[in-house]
Design a protein. Structure first.
Length: 297
């Protein structure tokens, strides 16, 4: 069942078309990442889905509602974690969650939320005393306090140290196990790859690629690159593999059949008694694909 259905979405600001015919379909329980450079239309698209901005054209249905007129019944079923929150800084963590949670007909227990985001030691601390990463954890908890069916996450781990980011990922993975749907925007490619089942890249208001982290932009079909260094007495021209070249002091081979090529290479090296120093096998990363898709930006 689709939680979000978008077709032909258009938003204009005067002569600028910020969103230009976007189509999206996001299933229940899915983590979907929307990636794009600044000014690509990402934020505008998400704000329309949240009901905070009107559209000029297109069909939008979120949880069965048109966000433009969903009203309170719609807002009670979504959670939003903004990039910059605006919580009263004199409140304690516990007080903020209690106050925000009081407006929802269903809510998650405050102590469970505090534990979920790792703020047990700061439960009674004033928000103004929290570090930037701790405030982001609180904002994540505030987005979840109403036990939403759908969560919009805008750069949820900005300001987190590596350990805190991993903890946040565990929280989000726990939400999907409860059947929650998550729409994520992030500039961290490793975060998108770790969390998202599917990714869409938006550029100049249009979706330019969509797929899983493994298949986005033809990543699964891209050539594999093998690199290594030869000992000084070994001659590169003796390598019995076509397409071998030198790059930055290393031997480099690009191949669409990495298993066979690596077998041929290592078999030759063993037969010749040659050690392949700094041997590595790589294919384009998600970041490589993203940069290629948005290279003009």
């Amino acid at each position: 069942m689709a939680v979000i259905e978008v077709s032909g979405l258009v938003k204009r600001y005067g002569d600028l078309t910020a969103v230009d015919g976007v189509d999206l379909s996001i299933e229940a329980g899915e983590v979907f990442a929307l990636l794009g450079p600044n000014g690509a239309g990402k934020t505008t698209t998400v704000e329309i889905l949240e009901g905070h901005r009107t559209r000029d054209e297109g069909h939008v249905a979120v949880l069965g509602f048109d966000p433009a007129g969903g009203g309170r019944e719609y807002r009670e079923r979504i959670g939003i974690v903004l990039q910059d929150g605006a919580v009263e800084r004199e409140l304690s963590v516990r007080e903020a969650l209690q106050i925000y949670g009081s407006v929802y007909p269903r809510r998650l227990p405050v102590d469970d939320l505090i534990e979920m985001v790792g703020l047990q030691s700061k439960a009674d601390a004033r928000i103004k005393t929290l570090s930037g990463g701790q405030q982001r954890r609180l904002e994540l908890a505030l987005g979840l306090v109403g036990d939403p069916d759908l969560v919009f996450l805008d750069e949820p781990t900005t300001g987190f140290d590596p350990s805190a980011r991993r903890q946040a990922w565990q929280v989000l993975e726990g939400l999907t196990s409860l059947g929650k749907t998550i729409l994520l925007t992030t500039h961290y490619m490793d975060e998108a790859q770790h969390l998202a089942g599917r990714i869409a890249v938006i550029d100049r208001g249009r979706i330019v690629a969509e797929g899983t982290p493994e298949t986005l932009g033809g990543r699964d079909e891209a050539v594999t690159r093998i690199r290594f260094a030869l000992p000084p007495d070994a001659k590169p021209e003796s390598i019995p593999i076509r397409g071998t070249r030198m790059a930055n002091g290393l031997i480099e081979i690009e191949t669409a059949s990495p298993t066979r090529t690596l077998h041929d290479l290592t078999s030759w090296a063993v037969a010749e008694g040659i050690e392949l120093e700094r041997l590595e096998l790589t294919r384009p990363s998600l970041e490589d694909i993203y940069l290629e898709l948005t290279r003009d930006d």
